[in-house]
Design a binder for this molecule. Structure first.
Ligand code: SF4
Length: 56
C-alpha cells in the first residue's frame, strides 16, 4: 500500500520540486493562498519555495 501511494504521489512531488527550483515565475502566482489575508508569509508574493504552497 505504501509503495502504491508513493507511485501516485510521485508526479506531484516532481511538480513541486520543479516549481520550487525552477527559475521562471513565483510560487505565489500559482498558490491557493495568494489572496487577501490568506497568507502572511514574508516571502509572499515572490516565494521561490514555500512549505505552505498549495496549487489552485
Ligand atoms: S503560502 Fe507560500 S507560496 Fe502561497 S502565497 Fe504564501 S508565501 Fe506564496
Amino acid at each position: 500500500m505504501g509503495s502504491l501511494l508513493r507511485m501516485i504521489l510521485a508526479p506531484f512531488r516532481a511538480l513541486f520540486t520543479r516549481l520550487g527550483a525552477g527559475g521562471g515565475g513565483y510560487l505565489c502566482d500559482r498558490c491557493k493562498w495568494d489572496y487577501g489575508d490568506a497568507c502572511r508569509r514574508p516571502e509572499r508574493p515572490n516565494a521561490r519555495s514555500c512549505p505552505d504552497f498549495k496549487g489552485r
